[in-house]
Design a protein around this ligand. Structure first.
Ligand code: NAD
Length: 546
């Protein structure tokens, strides 16, 4: 028995590599892109460590070149979901009893493999399968995924050392037990790091998962699974399932062993899952943990004292990086009328400079949106704005799905602060701007707070720091991640733990200690060193009975 008391200090964040032409990382990535482009994988389900092929096949394509098939994948049916539940429960017996430092060592090994051998693999898969450019892939599938792993290990070691008071007559402790059942991890398409963390955060704390992957990020998710296996994660701890959400969700949520859902995706899907859990409540062993990070209608609020160039850069990068498909992407902006023409001109100049196209050409800043459904949805908002009387397109507005799902960075200007695209999440490169009368600042802050049901991210820009603080205070509940003089995107693990309130989720802060606490069920244990021998001694006021 190893009797060392382990602590894992806070790590440093994984450095973002430059990918300059000729750099070793660029050479390795280009070779890997070439390999993956010229391969058609056959991706199985992985249940209890075994590859399962159902023959019910789907295709993985490049969003920027939708005729290019990267892989086929096998869809799970009811039978495979039940098999995955059995495998997760079997693995739970061993994994929940595995010393926590061993669990940590496997996850730290995974981080190391991702930082080295798997870096190019995961980046290339995220680029090709989810249409991210080099930089967007590097900060997601490499750096953020690694940071989640390493920081969570450190946070877990802090949690385990936190113990209650003891004294000469009693020893007290808290045993941080995993949940009594499996966790359903449901991942979105847009971040490989999030998909990884939705599994590894419960797994680190001793749980096992059923992983419902997103149909449009299967390639990178499959390589993550291979990475976990190589790092030594035992069979059945994570069970990799592709296929329709409704089938996987229905079976998993009907199981008495369902102990929690770790979800990131749209508010609509999360609400549906929550309702289903409520309907099945009587059949579960324990109250399930429901953790979900959901949609957003993220804002930039510009104070009249702001500098036009700073606003233009925050708006351009905040709204259009990764085609506006970050949950944190700026999608509505409130800007003083006196500042707006200057800001717009600067944004138009930036748009004229950037290129749109395939991820393999590193000079393309904008790539494709994820799939046809998403493309059509985004286009419907652009077309709506084109015909609306209270809005006009002042930047972009072009789109084309003949080769890939390309939508140009688009700005809608509206005179109506409640315009449809000021309220609804679009999840594409579309920013709606409401220029306000400078003297209407107060009323406009109120509009910003009340126009959308979401509260994920937001930012305020201005040089008058005291005035900016007033706005920040007024918008206290409008965002779970709030930025001052910055774009509302780009949260970094350990710097800005991420999550929102209102309709944006349960705000359990991925990449923070709070999230890990949701995956344990503490048992308080008291050991008495002086067991009582006289029952009346406990009740001094009853001495007269003697
Ligand atoms: P989505 O809701 O369409 O899908 C999310 C996942 O849920 C997918 O794996 C999908 O297959 C699955 N799913 C759908 N129906 C299901 C069901 N009945 N049972 C079980 N699983 C089911 O979301 P998406 O398009 O993948 O991602 C985009 C959304 O995610 C946006 O709304 C975005 O704001 C949100 N998002 C939020 C955060 C955050 O931290 N708040 C981060 C990333 C993405």
């Amino acid at each position: 028995m190893n009797n060392a008391v382990f602590t894992f200090p806070l790590p440093a964040n994984e450095p973002v590599k430059s990918y300059l032409k000729g750099s070793p990382e660029r050479v390795a990535l280009e070779a890997e892109l070439e390999r993956q482009r010229n391969t058609v994988l056959d991706i199985p389900l992985i249940i209890g460590g075994k590859e399962i092929r159902t023959g019910n096949i789907g295709k993985v394509v490049c969003p920027h070149d939708h005729n290019h098939v990267l892989a086929t994948y096998h869809k799970a049916g009811e039978k495979e979901v039940k098999m995955a539940i059995d495998a997760a429960m079997e693995a739970h017996k061993i994994w929940s009893e595995t010393p926590w430092r061993v669990r940590c060592s496997i996850i730290l090994r995974a981080a190391e493999l991702l930082a080295t051998k798997y870096r190019a693999v995961l980046n290339a898969a995220t680029m090709l399968g989810q249409s991210k450019n080099i930089y967007q892939a590097e900060i997601d599938s490499a750096c953020e995924a690694i940071d989640f792993m390493r920081y969570n290990v450190s946070y877990a070691s802090t949690i385990y050392t936190r113990q209650p008071k003891s004294n000469n007559t009693q020893i007290n402790s808290i045993e941080y037990r995993p949940l009594e059942g499996f966790v359903l991890a449901v991942s979105p398409f847009n971040f490989t790091a999030i998909a990884s963390n939705l599994n590894l955060s419960p797994v680190l704390m001793g749980n096992t998962t059923l992983w419902k992957t997103s149909t449009t990020s299967i390639l990178s998710n499959y390589y993550l699974m291979k990475l976990y296996e190589e790092a030594g994660l035992p069979a059945g701890v994570v069970n990799f399932l592709c296929g329709p959400g409704s089938v996987i969700g229905n079976v998993a949520l009907a199981s008495p062993d369902f102990a929690g859902v770790h979800f990131t995706g749209s508010t609509k899907t999360f609400n549906h899952l929550w309702k289903q859990i409520g309907e099945n409540l009587g059949s579960y062993k324990s109250y399930p943990r429901i953790v979900g990070e959901t949609g957003g209608k993220d804002f930039i609020f510009v104070h009249p004292s702001a500098a036009a160039q700073e606003v233009a850069v925050a708006a351009f990068c905040g709204a259009f990086e990764f085609q506006g498909q970050k949950c944190s992407a700026a999608s509505r902006m409130y800007v003083p009328k006196t500042l707006w023409p200057d800001v717009l001109q600067r944004m138009q100049a930036m748009a004229a400079e950037v290129k749109i196209g395939d991820v393999c050409d590193p000079t393309n800043f904008i790539n494709a949106v994820i799939d046809e459904t998403s493309f059509d949805n985004i286009v419907s908002y652009i077309e709506y704005a084109c015909t609306a009387e209270d809005a006009r397109i002042v930047l972009g507005g072009q789109y084309d799905k003949s080769v890939g799902y390309f939508v140009h960075p688009t700005v809608i200007e509206t005179t109506n602060p409640k315009f449809k695209s000021m309220q609804e999440e679009i999840f594409g490169p579309v920013l709606t701007v409401y220029p306000y009368d400078d003297e209407e600042l107060d009323a406009t802050v109120e509009l910003c707070d009340t126009t959308s049901p979401y509260a994920l991210t937001g930012s305020v820009l201005g040089r008058d720091r005291l005035a900016v603080q007033v706005v920040a205070d007024r918008l206290k509940n409008a965002a779970g991640n709030f930025y001052i003089n910055d774009k509302p995107t780009g949260a970094v693990v350990a710097h800005q733990p991420f999550g929102g309130g209102r309709a944006s989720g349960t705000n359990d802060k991925a990449g923070g200690e709070q999230n890990l606490l949701r995956w344990i069920s503490p048992r308080s244990v008291k050991e008495s060193l002086v067991p009582a021998t006289d029952y009346l001694a406990c009740y001094p006021y009853l001495q007269e009975l003697k």
